[in-house]
Design a protein around this ligand. Structure first.
Ligand code: ADP
Ligand code: TRP
Length: 336
Protein backbone atom coordinates (compact mmCIF):
# COMPACT_ATOMS: atom_id res chain seq x y z
CA UNK A 1 0.00 0.00 0.00
CA UNK A 2 1.20 3.52 -0.70
CA UNK A 3 2.14 5.90 2.03
CA UNK A 4 -0.82 7.21 4.00
CA UNK A 5 -0.93 10.61 5.61
CA UNK A 6 -2.91 9.95 8.76
CA UNK A 7 -2.18 7.80 11.79
CA UNK A 8 -4.28 5.76 12.13
CA UNK A 9 -5.30 5.91 8.48
CA UNK A 10 -8.69 7.39 7.62
CA UNK A 11 -11.13 4.95 6.03
CA UNK A 12 -14.28 5.93 4.12
CA UNK A 13 -16.87 3.69 2.53
CA UNK A 14 -20.54 3.87 1.67
CA UNK A 15 -23.33 1.66 0.50
CA UNK A 16 -26.20 2.97 -1.59
CA UNK A 17 -29.56 2.80 0.12
CA UNK A 18 -31.20 0.59 -2.44
CA UNK A 19 -32.58 -2.64 -1.02
CA UNK A 20 -31.54 -4.83 1.87
CA UNK A 21 -28.06 -6.20 2.47
CA UNK A 22 -27.37 -9.77 1.43
CA UNK A 23 -24.96 -12.49 2.51
CA UNK A 24 -22.46 -11.37 -0.17
CA UNK A 25 -22.46 -7.79 1.16
CA UNK A 26 -21.97 -9.13 4.68
CA UNK A 27 -19.16 -11.62 4.06
CA UNK A 28 -17.50 -9.58 1.29
CA UNK A 29 -17.72 -6.09 2.76
CA UNK A 30 -19.42 -5.48 6.09
CA UNK A 31 -17.48 -8.06 8.04
CA UNK A 32 -14.30 -6.23 6.99
CA UNK A 33 -15.81 -2.89 8.04
CA UNK A 34 -16.49 -4.35 11.48
CA UNK A 35 -12.86 -5.37 11.79
CA UNK A 36 -11.56 -2.08 10.39
CA UNK A 37 -13.39 0.01 12.98
CA UNK A 38 -11.07 -1.53 15.58
CA UNK A 39 -7.87 -0.31 13.89
CA UNK A 40 -8.65 2.72 11.74
CA UNK A 41 -10.47 6.00 11.91
CA UNK A 42 -13.58 4.93 10.01
CA UNK A 43 -16.40 6.80 8.31
CA UNK A 44 -19.14 4.49 7.05
CA UNK A 45 -22.22 6.00 5.53
CA UNK A 46 -25.51 5.28 3.82
CA UNK A 47 -25.39 6.86 0.37
CA UNK A 48 -28.96 8.17 0.18
CA UNK A 49 -28.03 11.04 -2.15
CA UNK A 50 -26.52 8.61 -4.63
CA UNK A 51 -29.76 6.66 -4.71
CA UNK A 52 -31.66 9.76 -5.96
CA UNK A 53 -30.41 9.12 -9.50
CA UNK A 54 -33.20 6.55 -9.79
CA UNK A 55 -35.91 8.73 -8.17
CA UNK A 56 -37.17 6.68 -5.20
CA UNK A 57 -40.42 7.86 -3.59
CA UNK A 58 -39.95 9.80 -0.31
CA UNK A 59 -41.43 6.90 1.70
CA UNK A 60 -39.27 4.35 0.03
CA UNK A 61 -36.13 6.44 0.54
CA UNK A 62 -36.84 6.84 4.27
CA UNK A 63 -37.55 3.15 4.71
CA UNK A 64 -34.37 2.13 2.90
CA UNK A 65 -32.18 4.42 5.01
CA UNK A 66 -33.65 2.97 8.21
CA UNK A 67 -33.32 -0.59 6.94
CA UNK A 68 -29.66 -0.21 6.04
CA UNK A 69 -28.84 1.63 9.27
CA UNK A 70 -30.49 -1.19 11.26
CA UNK A 71 -28.50 -3.72 9.23
CA UNK A 72 -25.21 -1.84 9.74
CA UNK A 73 -25.81 -1.80 13.50
CA UNK A 74 -26.90 -5.44 13.55
CA UNK A 75 -23.72 -6.72 11.92
CA UNK A 76 -21.65 -5.00 14.60
CA UNK A 77 -20.74 -1.52 13.38
CA UNK A 78 -20.57 0.58 16.48
CA UNK A 79 -21.59 4.26 16.53
CA UNK A 80 -18.92 4.76 19.19
CA UNK A 81 -16.07 3.10 17.31
CA UNK A 82 -16.71 4.59 13.89
CA UNK A 83 -18.66 7.46 12.38
CA UNK A 84 -21.80 5.79 11.10
CA UNK A 85 -23.88 8.35 9.26
CA UNK A 86 -26.37 9.19 6.57
CA UNK A 87 -24.76 10.99 3.62
CA UNK A 88 -27.42 13.74 3.40
CA UNK A 89 -26.72 14.72 7.03
CA UNK A 90 -23.32 15.99 5.93
CA UNK A 91 -24.26 18.84 3.60
CA UNK A 92 -20.58 19.85 3.40
CA UNK A 93 -20.22 16.94 0.96
CA UNK A 94 -22.60 18.65 -1.44
CA UNK A 95 -20.61 21.87 -1.42
CA UNK A 96 -17.39 19.98 -2.15
CA UNK A 97 -19.26 18.13 -4.93
CA UNK A 98 -20.00 21.49 -6.55
CA UNK A 99 -16.36 22.61 -6.39
CA UNK A 100 -15.13 19.30 -7.78
CA UNK A 101 -17.65 19.50 -10.61
CA UNK A 102 -16.00 22.74 -11.79
CA UNK A 103 -12.94 20.69 -12.69
CA UNK A 104 -14.58 17.45 -13.78
CA UNK A 105 -14.78 17.23 -17.54
CA UNK A 106 -17.61 15.94 -19.67
CA UNK A 107 -15.31 13.60 -21.57
CA UNK A 108 -13.96 11.80 -18.53
CA UNK A 109 -17.38 11.54 -16.92
CA UNK A 110 -18.91 10.16 -20.12
CA UNK A 111 -16.13 7.59 -20.46
CA UNK A 112 -16.89 6.11 -17.04
CA UNK A 113 -17.95 2.47 -17.43
CA UNK A 114 -20.77 2.60 -14.88
CA UNK A 115 -22.21 5.68 -16.63
CA UNK A 116 -22.10 3.96 -20.02
CA UNK A 117 -23.76 0.87 -18.53
CA UNK A 118 -26.56 2.89 -17.00
CA UNK A 119 -27.14 4.85 -20.21
CA UNK A 120 -27.44 1.57 -22.08
CA UNK A 121 -29.84 0.08 -19.56
CA UNK A 122 -31.98 3.20 -18.99
CA UNK A 123 -31.69 5.48 -22.01
CA UNK A 124 -34.68 7.51 -20.78
CA UNK A 125 -33.10 8.51 -17.47
CA UNK A 126 -29.71 9.96 -18.32
CA UNK A 127 -29.74 12.76 -15.75
CA UNK A 128 -26.88 15.05 -14.70
CA UNK A 129 -26.74 13.34 -11.29
CA UNK A 130 -25.91 10.09 -13.02
CA UNK A 131 -23.20 11.74 -15.09
CA UNK A 132 -21.64 13.32 -12.00
CA UNK A 133 -22.03 10.25 -9.78
CA UNK A 134 -18.21 9.92 -9.66
CA UNK A 135 -17.76 13.52 -8.47
CA UNK A 136 -20.26 12.97 -5.65
CA UNK A 137 -18.44 9.78 -4.68
CA UNK A 138 -15.11 11.66 -4.83
CA UNK A 139 -16.61 14.32 -2.54
CA UNK A 140 -17.67 11.59 -0.04
CA UNK A 141 -14.11 10.34 0.06
CA UNK A 142 -12.21 13.64 -0.09
CA UNK A 143 -14.40 15.42 2.47
CA UNK A 144 -12.73 13.27 5.17
CA UNK A 145 -9.35 13.31 3.40
CA UNK A 146 -9.49 9.52 3.28
CA UNK A 147 -6.42 7.32 2.89
CA UNK A 148 -8.20 4.01 2.37
CA UNK A 149 -11.47 3.13 0.66
CA UNK A 150 -12.67 -0.48 0.99
CA UNK A 151 -14.78 -1.15 -2.12
CA UNK A 152 -15.40 -4.00 -4.50
CA UNK A 153 -13.80 -4.35 -7.92
CA UNK A 154 -16.71 -2.65 -9.66
CA UNK A 155 -15.89 0.60 -7.84
CA UNK A 156 -12.20 0.75 -8.76
CA UNK A 157 -12.74 3.17 -11.63
CA UNK A 158 -14.74 5.51 -9.41
CA UNK A 159 -11.95 5.41 -6.85
CA UNK A 160 -9.41 6.19 -9.55
CA UNK A 161 -11.52 9.22 -10.50
CA UNK A 162 -11.60 10.36 -6.86
CA UNK A 163 -7.80 10.25 -6.90
CA UNK A 164 -7.73 12.23 -10.14
CA UNK A 165 -10.09 14.91 -8.82
CA UNK A 166 -8.17 15.20 -5.55
CA UNK A 167 -4.80 15.47 -7.29
CA UNK A 168 -6.22 18.01 -9.75
CA UNK A 169 -7.46 20.15 -6.88
CA UNK A 170 -4.09 19.91 -5.12
CA UNK A 171 -2.25 20.93 -8.29
CA UNK A 172 -4.63 23.71 -9.23
CA UNK A 173 -4.58 25.34 -5.79
CA UNK A 174 -0.99 24.45 -4.94
CA UNK A 175 -1.91 22.51 -1.84
CA UNK A 176 -1.40 19.03 -0.43
CA UNK A 177 -4.82 18.95 1.14
CA UNK A 178 -5.99 15.66 -0.33
CA UNK A 179 -4.12 12.38 0.11
CA UNK A 180 -4.48 9.89 -2.76
CA UNK A 181 -7.09 7.40 -1.49
CA UNK A 182 -6.15 3.77 -2.05
CA UNK A 183 -8.28 0.65 -2.31
CA UNK A 184 -8.13 -1.51 0.79
CA UNK A 185 -5.67 -4.34 0.50
CA UNK A 186 -6.65 -6.97 3.02
CA UNK A 187 -4.10 -9.63 3.90
CA UNK A 188 -6.92 -12.15 3.73
CA UNK A 189 -8.07 -13.43 0.33
CA UNK A 190 -11.04 -11.59 -1.12
CA UNK A 191 -14.21 -13.58 -0.76
CA UNK A 192 -16.67 -13.84 -3.58
CA UNK A 193 -20.00 -15.25 -2.50
CA UNK A 194 -21.73 -17.07 -5.33
CA UNK A 195 -25.46 -16.90 -6.01
CA UNK A 196 -27.89 -19.80 -5.90
CA UNK A 197 -28.55 -19.79 -9.62
CA UNK A 198 -25.53 -21.78 -10.67
CA UNK A 199 -23.11 -19.11 -11.84
CA UNK A 200 -21.62 -15.72 -11.03
CA UNK A 201 -21.83 -13.82 -7.75
CA UNK A 202 -24.62 -13.13 -5.35
CA UNK A 203 -26.02 -9.68 -6.09
CA UNK A 204 -29.04 -7.47 -5.47
CA UNK A 205 -29.79 -7.04 -9.13
CA UNK A 206 -29.08 -10.67 -10.04
CA UNK A 207 -32.17 -11.85 -8.13
CA UNK A 208 -30.17 -14.72 -6.60
CA UNK A 209 -29.47 -13.37 -3.13
CA UNK A 210 -30.06 -14.53 0.42
CA UNK A 211 -30.82 -11.38 2.39
CA UNK A 212 -29.74 -10.95 5.98
CA UNK A 213 -33.36 -10.28 6.79
CA UNK A 214 -34.85 -13.28 4.94
CA UNK A 215 -37.07 -15.47 7.13
CA UNK A 216 -36.03 -19.09 7.78
CA UNK A 217 -38.81 -20.19 5.38
CA UNK A 218 -37.54 -17.89 2.63
CA UNK A 219 -33.98 -19.14 3.15
CA UNK A 220 -35.05 -22.79 3.00
CA UNK A 221 -37.10 -22.20 -0.12
CA UNK A 222 -34.25 -20.40 -1.90
CA UNK A 223 -31.61 -22.98 -0.94
CA UNK A 224 -33.76 -25.98 -1.89
CA UNK A 225 -34.29 -24.40 -5.33
CA UNK A 226 -30.55 -23.79 -5.87
CA UNK A 227 -29.12 -25.15 -9.11
CA UNK A 228 -26.96 -28.32 -8.87
CA UNK A 229 -26.19 -31.03 -11.47
CA UNK A 230 -26.91 -34.71 -12.13
CA UNK A 231 -24.19 -35.80 -9.69
CA UNK A 232 -20.65 -37.18 -10.05
CA UNK A 233 -20.19 -40.30 -12.17
CA UNK A 234 -16.70 -41.21 -10.98
CA UNK A 235 -14.76 -40.78 -7.70
CA UNK A 236 -13.00 -37.45 -7.07
CA UNK A 237 -14.51 -35.88 -10.16
CA UNK A 238 -13.97 -32.09 -10.44
CA UNK A 239 -17.08 -30.19 -9.42
CA UNK A 240 -19.29 -28.25 -11.84
CA UNK A 241 -19.70 -24.53 -11.09
CA UNK A 242 -23.20 -24.81 -9.56
CA UNK A 243 -22.06 -27.61 -7.24
CA UNK A 244 -18.85 -25.81 -6.33
CA UNK A 245 -21.04 -22.84 -5.42
CA UNK A 246 -23.02 -24.95 -2.96
CA UNK A 247 -19.78 -26.11 -1.35
CA UNK A 248 -18.46 -22.53 -1.23
CA UNK A 249 -21.62 -21.35 0.51
CA UNK A 250 -21.34 -24.28 2.90
CA UNK A 251 -17.73 -23.36 3.70
CA UNK A 252 -18.97 -20.01 5.00
CA UNK A 253 -21.94 -21.08 7.10
CA UNK A 254 -21.38 -24.73 8.11
CA UNK A 255 -18.82 -26.37 10.38
CA UNK A 256 -15.61 -27.79 8.84
CA UNK A 257 -16.85 -31.28 9.81
CA UNK A 258 -20.09 -30.86 7.89
CA UNK A 259 -18.22 -29.57 4.87
CA UNK A 260 -15.76 -32.49 5.02
CA UNK A 261 -18.65 -34.94 5.35
CA UNK A 262 -20.30 -33.76 2.12
CA UNK A 263 -16.94 -33.47 0.32
CA UNK A 264 -16.40 -37.13 1.24
CA UNK A 265 -19.81 -38.17 -0.06
CA UNK A 266 -19.22 -36.24 -3.28
CA UNK A 267 -15.83 -37.83 -3.84
CA UNK A 268 -17.31 -41.30 -3.32
CA UNK A 269 -20.21 -40.55 -5.67
CA UNK A 270 -22.64 -41.03 -2.81
CA UNK A 271 -23.86 -37.49 -2.48
CA UNK A 272 -27.57 -36.64 -2.50
CA UNK A 273 -27.87 -32.97 -3.28
CA UNK A 274 -31.28 -32.82 -1.58
CA UNK A 275 -29.65 -33.80 1.72
CA UNK A 276 -26.80 -31.39 1.21
CA UNK A 277 -29.18 -28.52 0.47
CA UNK A 278 -31.27 -29.35 3.54
CA UNK A 279 -28.14 -29.18 5.68
CA UNK A 280 -26.96 -25.99 3.96
CA UNK A 281 -30.37 -24.38 4.48
CA UNK A 282 -30.39 -25.22 8.19
CA UNK A 283 -26.83 -23.99 8.68
CA UNK A 284 -27.62 -20.81 6.80
CA UNK A 285 -30.75 -20.24 8.89
CA UNK A 286 -28.69 -20.69 12.06
CA UNK A 287 -25.89 -18.49 10.77
CA UNK A 288 -28.28 -15.66 9.93
CA UNK A 289 -30.71 -16.03 12.87
CA UNK A 290 -28.78 -13.80 15.30
CA UNK A 291 -28.37 -11.12 12.62
CA UNK A 292 -32.04 -11.24 11.74
CA UNK A 293 -32.96 -10.90 15.38
CA UNK A 294 -30.71 -7.86 15.81
CA UNK A 295 -31.97 -6.21 12.60
CA UNK A 296 -35.51 -6.66 13.85
CA UNK A 297 -34.56 -5.17 17.20
CA UNK A 298 -33.01 -2.03 15.69
CA UNK A 299 -35.72 -1.71 13.07
CA UNK A 300 -38.30 -1.48 15.84
CA UNK A 301 -36.28 0.87 17.96
CA UNK A 302 -36.58 4.23 16.26
CA UNK A 303 -34.91 5.96 19.19
CA UNK A 304 -31.73 3.89 18.86
CA UNK A 305 -31.61 4.48 15.11
CA UNK A 306 -31.98 8.23 15.62
CA UNK A 307 -29.31 8.33 18.30
CA UNK A 308 -26.89 6.38 16.16
CA UNK A 309 -27.53 8.60 13.12
CA UNK A 310 -27.16 11.79 15.18
CA UNK A 311 -23.92 10.70 16.78
CA UNK A 312 -22.55 9.67 13.38
CA UNK A 313 -23.66 12.93 11.77
CA UNK A 314 -21.94 14.98 14.48
CA UNK A 315 -18.65 13.10 14.03
CA UNK A 316 -18.76 13.24 10.24
CA UNK A 317 -19.74 16.92 10.20
CA UNK A 318 -16.80 17.82 12.39
CA UNK A 319 -14.36 16.20 10.00
CA UNK A 320 -16.18 17.56 6.93
CA UNK A 321 -16.26 21.14 8.23
CA UNK A 322 -12.55 21.11 8.91
CA UNK A 323 -11.82 19.96 5.34
CA UNK A 324 -14.31 22.33 3.76
CA UNK A 325 -12.91 25.39 5.46
CA UNK A 326 -9.48 24.52 4.02
CA UNK A 327 -11.07 23.93 0.61
CA UNK A 328 -12.80 27.32 0.69
CA UNK A 329 -9.61 29.00 1.74
CA UNK A 330 -7.68 27.34 -1.10
CA UNK A 331 -10.28 28.42 -3.66
CA UNK A 332 -10.64 31.95 -2.29
CA UNK A 333 -14.23 31.69 -1.13
CA UNK A 334 -14.59 33.98 1.83
CA UNK A 335 -17.47 35.96 3.32
CA UNK A 336 -16.96 39.72 3.23
P1 ADP B 1 -24.78 -5.64 -5.22
O1 ADP B 1 -23.82 -6.32 -6.16
O2 ADP B 1 -25.68 -6.61 -4.57
O3 ADP B 1 -25.49 -4.43 -5.82
P2 ADP B 1 -23.05 -3.69 -4.08
O4 ADP B 1 -22.45 -3.53 -5.43
O5 ADP B 1 -23.90 -2.59 -3.51
O6 ADP B 1 -23.88 -5.06 -4.06
O7 ADP B 1 -21.88 -4.06 -3.07
C1 ADP B 1 -21.65 -3.51 -1.82
C2 ADP B 1 -20.41 -4.19 -1.25
O8 ADP B 1 -20.64 -5.62 -1.07
C3 ADP B 1 -19.17 -4.09 -2.15
O9 ADP B 1 -18.03 -3.86 -1.35
C4 ADP B 1 -19.09 -5.45 -2.82
O10 ADP B 1 -17.78 -5.80 -3.16
C5 ADP B 1 -19.64 -6.38 -1.75
N1 ADP B 1 -20.29 -7.53 -2.41
C6 ADP B 1 -21.45 -7.51 -3.13
N2 ADP B 1 -21.77 -8.75 -3.58
C7 ADP B 1 -20.77 -9.58 -3.15
C8 ADP B 1 -20.53 -10.99 -3.29
N3 ADP B 1 -21.36 -11.79 -3.94
N4 ADP B 1 -19.40 -11.51 -2.73
C9 ADP B 1 -18.55 -10.71 -2.04
N5 ADP B 1 -18.73 -9.39 -1.87
C10 ADP B 1 -19.82 -8.80 -2.41
N1 TRP C 1 -20.68 4.02 -5.44
C1 TRP C 1 -20.66 3.05 -4.36
C2 TRP C 1 -21.47 1.81 -4.81
O1 TRP C 1 -22.29 1.91 -5.68
C3 TRP C 1 -21.25 3.63 -3.10
C4 TRP C 1 -20.47 4.82 -2.65
C5 TRP C 1 -20.87 6.11 -2.72
C6 TRP C 1 -19.17 4.81 -2.05
N2 TRP C 1 -19.90 6.92 -2.22
C7 TRP C 1 -18.85 6.17 -1.80
C8 TRP C 1 -18.28 3.79 -1.74
C9 TRP C 1 -17.61 6.53 -1.22
C10 TRP C 1 -17.06 4.17 -1.15
C11 TRP C 1 -16.73 5.52 -0.91
O2 TRP C 1 -21.27 0.74 -4.23
Amino acid sequence: MEKTTHTPPIVVSGIRSTGHLHLGNYLGALRNFVEMQEHYQCYFFIADLHSLTTHPTPDHLQESVRDILAEYLAVGLSPEKCALYVQSDVVETIELYLYLNMNAYLGELERCTSFKDKVRKNPNNVNAGLLTYPTLMAADILIHRADIVPVGKDQEQHLEMARTFGERFNRMYKTELFPAPQAYQSDKPLVKIPGLDGSGKMGKSEGNAIYLFDTPEEIRKKVMKAVSDIGPSEPNQPKSEPVQNLFTLMSHVSTPDTLAHFEGLYNQCEIRYGDMKKQLAEDMVNFLAPLREKIDYYRHNEQLLCEAAQLGAAKAQQSARATLSRVRESIGIKSL
